[in-house]
Design a protein around this ligand. Sequence first.
Ligand SMILES: [Zn+2]
Length: 332
Amino acid sequence: MDGYADEAVRTELESRRTRLAWAAGRGDESGRLRELLAEVDDALARMDAGAYGRCDVCRDPIEHDRLMADPLARTCRDHMSPGEYRALEQDLDLAVRIQAQMLPRHQLAVAGWEVAYHFEPKGPVGGDYCDVIFGETEGVADALLLLGDVSGKGVPASILMANLHATFRTLADVGLPTEALMARANRLFCRSTLDAHYATLVCARATPQGEVDVVNAGHWPVLIAQPDGVRSIGATGLPLGLFCTAEYRHERGALAADDLLVLHTDGLSEARNPTGEEYGTSHLLARLAALVACGERDPHRVLAACLDDLTTFRAGTPLDDDLTLMVVRRTG
Ligand SMILES: [Zn+2]
């Protein structure tokens, strides 16, 4: 283990020792607490002797995140006991259900907009953030369309995704303009994450009149498909979580009935074919332009056609990241 990780786990162990010693001195369960105290002392002694953090079975280093969650762990993930493995599986099943509950309903059609989306984490849970929040600003009904991508993968990324979900659900009720909303979300995200974590994210506020205010925090371009072609709105600010003082500007678009707004994450644009070529936003843009030229405007059919195009392109190459695609049509 490197010095920093060692120090973090030692601090965690010492703090547990203090709490255990305090509890053991007063409760009825002092027998079990004393056993735990002995395990903590043993771990600290192994740390002093340089023998801490190695798997009892294979002698490989135990994963750092596993030690941070349980500094008394004695095996790597590959050599967990059947009981530990079952507990991990149950936690993961629960995480999948919690993440599913944070997604918007399918078949959403409110305030002059119809939303279709596809959410496909690479593992059981992922770090893509996808939400649609209906509300009102200064008495006018609107919809906040949100799509983002948290750095990292798997369970740690899904926890940060849940953090973003709660942040935007809370801030949406305050009625801030989009750029102020993003600046506030960035400050909250900066304070609640580790240094190395960030999220790219698009927040678009859509009104029933067809106006769309887009703030793009370092995310892939927002595509707007209209009869005369597809245009894109690139980044209007930095990803969330990099600098607490980051500011954001918005770009405004006007959509007529049947115009489409399309958002995606890098599971789509960074997907590769067997020769290693990237799908890229350009393939998506070309497919969208072709669909619009044929008069196709149903967001569910557009979504399915774009995903089919991606599947054909990949020709069996597995996805390397979480994939989310959202297609929104102005209905009225
Ligand atoms: Zn092992």
